[in-house]
Design a binder for this molecule. Structure first.
Ligand code: R5P
Length: 298
C-alpha cells in the first residue's frame, strides 16, 4: 500500500497530524478561506494523481462544515485521487433515524446519501446506532466503526476506585455493557423519558448492594447535559456518590456545562472526537487500523 495523503478540513489539523503519524501517511495542506460574501474558497497545491486521500473532518455542529467538506472531496477527485475516504470521528445526523412526527425530515438518510455520493469509504467512532442496526443500513459506501469503549474503560480503570458503570437510558446499553465487560465491572442501565430538548426524566433500576461503588455515567453523546444531570440526581437520591461521567462525543451544547455544574457533576471526560477541554481520551491509535483496513480494501 502506498502512503496515504491526509488532508485536514479547517479545525482538524492536530487530529490529522496524530492520525497521519499513526497510519504513516503524508500530510498536505488544504488552503481554505471565505470570500467576503461567505462562500468558500479551496485550493490544494500538491500532486494527488493516483493517491489515496483521507479527508479528516469531525462533524459536530455540522451545518457550516458540510458544503466545504463536499467541495474538498470533489477537489481531490478532480486532482486525480485514486480514492477519497472520510474520517469523521463524530458523524452527525444519526439521531433523526425515524420520522417521530408527520412531516419531519429524515435527515439521517439525506445526509448519508450525500456523503455516500462524495466519498469511497467512511471511518467514524461510535455512530449513534439506535434504530439502524449498522452504518451500512444507511450509508451505501464501505464503512468502519471504531469503538471508543476500550479507551473509556481504560480511563475509568485508571481514574475511579470501585466503579459502577451506569447508562442513563436504554440506548446507552451498548456502550455501558462494552465498557463494563472490558474490565469486569458491575453495570446498570436506567430508563429515560424525553419531553423536550432540555427536559428528561430518568428512573433507576434497583441499585441495592451497590452503595459502596462510585457510579460512572457512560453515554455516547453529551449535548444539552440534561440526560447526565438528571441521571446524577437519581443516583444521588438513591444514596450513591455523585457520579463521574465518561462520554464518547462531548458536543456541549449551549448551557451544557452550567447544567452539569448545577447538578453537582464535577468530573466529565470525553474522547477527542469533538474538540473540548474535557476531550482527554485520544483515539488516533484506535482509528488508524480502521483507516488502514479500509484503504487496503479500496
Ligand atoms: C440519546 O439518544 C443519546 O444517547 C444521549 O443520551 C443524548 O443525546 C444526550 O443528550 P442531552 O445531553 O441533550 O440530554
Amino acid at each position: 500500500m502506498t502512503r496515504p495523503v491526509l488532508i485536514a478540513l479547517p479545525g482538524n489539523d492536530a487530529r490529522a497530524d496524530r492520525l497521519a503519524a499513526a497510519v504513516n501517511g503524508d500530510r498536505i495542506a488544504l488552503h481554505y478561506r471565505r470570500f467576503p460574501d461567505g462562500e468558500s474558497y479551496l485550493r490544494i497545491d500538491a500532486e494527488l494523481t493516483d493517491r489515496d486521500v483521507v479527508l479528516v473532518a469531525t462533524l459536530d455542529r455540522p451545518d457550516p462544515k458540510i458544503p466545504r467538506l463536499l467541495f474538498a472531496a470533489d477537489l481531490v477527485r478532480d486532482l486525480g485521487a485514486r480514492s477519497v475516504l472520510l474520517v469523521a470521528p463524530y458523524l452527525p445526523y444519526m439521531r433523526q433515524d425515524h420520522r417521530f412526527h408527520p412531516g419531519e425530515a429524515l435527515t439521517s438518510v439525506s445526509f448519508a446519501e450525500r456523503i455516500s455520493a462524495a466519498f469511497d469509504g467512511l471511518v467514524t467512532v461510535d455512530p449513534h446506532l439506535h434504530r439502524y442496526p449498522t452504518l451500512d443500513a444507511v450509508y451505501s459506501i464501505p464503512g468502519r466503526v471504531v469503538a471508543a469503549a476500550p479507551a473509556l474503560a481504560a480511563w475509568i480503570a485508571a481514574s475511579i476506585e470501585q466503579p459502577l458503570v451506569v447508562g442513563p437510558d436504554e440506548e446507552s446499553e451498548q456502550w455501558v455493557r462494552a465498557v463494563a465487560e472490558a474490565r469486569g465491572l458491575p453495570w446498570r442501565v436506567m430508563t429515560k423519558q424525553r419531553f423536550g430538548d432540555h427536559d428528561v426524566r430518568i428512573t433507576a433500576p434497583s441499585l441495592a448492594g451497590l452503595d459502596d461503588r462510585r457510579p460512572v455515567l457512560v453515554d455516547d453523546i453529551l449535548s444539552s447535559g440534561a440526560t447526565l444531570a438528571d441521571a446524577a440526581r437519581v443516583l444521588v437520591e438513591a444514596g450513591l456518590p455523585m457520579p463521574a461521567c465518561a462520554v464518547v462525543h462531548g458536543l456541549f451544547g449551549d448551557r451544557a456545562r452550567e447544567t452539569l455544574a448545577e447538578a453537582g457533576i464535577e468530573t466529565v471526560v470525553c474522547s477527542d472526537t469533538v474538540d473540548a477541554p474535557e476531550a482527554r481520551i485520544d483515539l488516533a491509535e484506535r482509528i488508524a487500523p480502521a483507516v488502514r483496513e479500509l484503504l487496503e480494501s479500496c
